[in-house]
Design a protein around this ligand. Structure first.
Ligand code: MIC
Ligand code: SF4
Length: 630
């Protein structure tokens, strides 16, 4: 039977269930990654499984989100992650080595293999032909231990690329154009697969930019074929032996097809609010800026930063604004040093920041009150930059460079054409540590607090709607990242106090006072990051169920993993403060939500798989896995 690329990789990895679109399957995972803000919990959860070492072919623990160690607690987390990785047989990528997704495809990715990571941008690896999926920490912990990863086989969307990008237009513009067309919900329930003659005009870093931002469409993952371009990239990484060819069969079946002529794409900007709030450059050119940040897992490759360096060569950035560049990996950083770009950027007035996430989640470079920050990152919703008073706009490196010169959003097509060809890459894995084994003592600070036991859900859930929310509520809205919380990622009691703090700062205390209750959302509830804390913290505060019109995939899984019941229903007739009651003693039955305040009954659709129901009955994934192992 004809297959898409994704289906071919799945076929090699399915170990449980039938591989049909819409069916749940358990797949074998070859590679796992964790990072420092989700990793502490993921590794504590791995420990709770009681295994003596990791079992997946490759596990890498990265320290990248708070690489600058902005608080002692973060530094403690890094040491914990380094020692626990070494103890249990995982590699550790140290602070300064760069952002997990970029390093993973540069140094470890293998076309045709499966990867899950406790970070929503794990699909970046799809740029190299990997089936790479973001997941909550608990799912990653189980996969690190050799357990299967479960997912509903999504529908397939084919994006056919023709033509070639015009001068000073880039892969980020392709990603933004796709978001403009299909929105932040358009990829939900899909794998995005790229095809067409335009593909061969895109380098692996460009492909990785596009698969990285597939996450913003809600897609489960995105993938490019593995071709001669992939092979050349792996050759430059000294890993040509890892190359295999991967392409879809000619008559593979897709549920949806989109065509995109690369030559028609313009420079684009996503203005503050959502990544799909996309405008042609002409519509927003002239908008005054306060700062510019170039880097992140979306546009941190050597290729990206070299473009910026070429555009700023011999020029000066506008002194009314602040401009930082943070390359995505030490490979990029060293190459920028070697070819003189680092000096050019510095002379132009750019501040060079070490490879890592940091500013991308508001660790440093937090925009001021009402300030507009133009960034090459992937997310721009309120609060994302570390303060709810700053605003973020998204663009590619060319728009960022042109705007850096003027201090206003500017069209890069007004500048000379820059074309970058990369013919070699410097390999230096000095900051990637191999594991030493069980003799390594795991170093834990008092800030690292184990999660607590999961207990079976109660048969009848009763309580108050503590918060009623709208559509597209992101995990950043549920549990913001940034300077208030990043150092508390391993301390659930403390981080829980910040739950929904931007939406309603009284929420956490009200939840404690009410001894828990319910959350009610709209469409696409929990979009965005894989942040398990957006489920862990509500669980800690006693949230028993979340009712929404639809859920984002990873957050739905995280809620179930934590024993919080996620149920879909029409939430329009429910208000904050309403008293609700639902009988969940039989998760197989048609359930009805009683709104005791309004005297209404709302039918609940049941989106739970049999495996999820079993997990909920036990109280969550850890309790379920422990019971299974026993
Ligand atoms: C993000 O970009 O939102 C993050 C920070 O990388 C998160 C993970 C986290 O919350 O630590 C993600 O994308 O999953
Ligand atoms: Fe790091 Fe930003 Fe990428 Fe998240 S989106 S992994 S914070 S660089």
């Amino acid at each position: 039977m004809s297959q898409t690329i994704t289906e071919k990789i799945l076929a090699n990895h399915v170990r449980e269930g039938t591989q049909e679109r819409g069916q749940e399957v358990g797949i074998l995972i070859d590679q796992c990654l964790t990072q420092d803000s989700t990793g502490t919990m993921a590794w504590l959860e791995f420990e709770a499984l009681g295994l003596d070492r990791v079992k997946a072919d490759l596990v890498v623990s990265y320290s990248d989100h708070t690489s600058l160690g902005f608080k002692g607690e973060s530094t403690d987390d890094h040491i914990f992650l380094q020692t626990i990785a070494s103890h249990y047989g995982a590699k550790f990528s140290k602070n300064g080595n760069g952002v997990c997704h970029q390093i993973q495809y540069e140094r470890f990715g293998i076309p045709g293999k499966t990867l899950i990571g406790s970070d929503s941008h794990t699909p970046t690896g799809g740029g190299l032909g990997m089936l790479a999926i973001g997941a909550g920490g608990m799912d990653v912990a189980v996969a690190m231990g050799g357990g299967l990863f479960y997912l509903t086989v999504p529908k397939m969307m084919k994006i056919v690329l023709t033509g070639k990008l015009s001068a000073n237009v880039c892969a980020k513009d392709v990603a933004l154009e796709i978001l403009r067309r299909i929105s932040v919900k358009g990829g939900v329930g899909y794998f995005l697969e790229y095809a067409g003659p335009g593909i061969k005009t895109l380098t692996v870093p460009e492909r990785a930019t596009i698969t990285n931002m597939g996450t913003e469409t809600g897609a489960t993952s995105s993938i490019f074929p593995s071709d001669e371009v992939t092979r050349e990239f792996l050759r430059m990484q000294g890993r040509e032996a890892d190359w295999v060819e991967l392409k879809a069969d000619n008559d593979a079946v897709y549920d949806k097809v989109i065509e995109l002529d690369l030559s028609t794409i313009k420079p684009l900007v996503a203005m503050p609010g959502m990544p799909d709030n996309v405008f042609d450059i002409e519509e927003v050119a002239g908008t005054k800026l306060d700062q510019i940040f170039i880097g992140s897992c979306t546009n941190g490759s050597y290729f990206d930063i070299k473009i910026v360096a070429e555009m700023l060569k011999g020029e000066k950035v506008c002194r009314d604004i602040d401009v930082i560049v943070s390359p995505g990996s030490r490979q990029s950083w060293e190459m920028l040093m070697e070819d003189g770009s680092f000096l050019e950027l510095t002379k132009a007035g750019v501040r060079m920041i070490e490879p890592g996430c940091n500013a991308c989640i508001g660790i440093g470079f937090v925009p001021g009150n009402g300030h507009l920050s133009l960034r090459t990152v992937n997310r721009n919703w309120a609060g994302r930059g570390g303060s709810k008073f700053g605003k973020l706009a998204l663009c590619g490196p060319q728009v960022a460079a042109a705007s850096a010169l003027t201090g206003i959003i500017a069209d890069p097509r007004d500048l000379p054409t820059v074309e970058v060809i990369v013919d070699h890459l410097t390999v230096d894995d000095y900051l990637i540590l191999d594991p030493k084994g069980p003799e390594v003592d795991i170093r834990r600070s008092p800030n690292i607090v184990a999660m607590g036991n999961q207990t079976p859900i109660e048969p009848v859930l009763k309580g108050e709607v503590l918060l009623k929310l709208g559509d597209d509520i992101s995990t950043d809205a549920i549990l913001p990242a940034g300077p208030m919380t990043q150092h508390l990622r391993s301390n659930l009691p403390e981080i829980s106090k910040f739950t929904f703090c931007y939406e309603d700062e009284t929420f956490a205390q009200r939840a404690v006072d009410a001894n828990g209750g319910f959350l009610v959302g709209g469409d696409n509830y929990g979009q965005g990051s894989s942040r398990e804390h957006a489920a862990l913290a509500p669980w800690h505060l006693g949230i028993k169920a979340v009712f929404a019109k639809t859920f984002a995939r990873i957050h739905h899984a995280n809620l179930v993993n934590m024993g919080i019941v996620p149920l879909t229903c029409d939430t329009d007739g429910i208000d904050q403060g309403d008293q609700l009651e639902i009988d969940v003693s039989n998760l197989d039955a048609q359930m009805v939500l009683k709104n005791l305040t309004k005297g209404t009954e709302i039918p609940v659709q049941n989106p739970l798989s049999d495996r999820e129901k079993k997990m909920l009955r036990k109280g969550g994934l850890l309790a379920y896995t422990a019971a299974r192992n026993a």
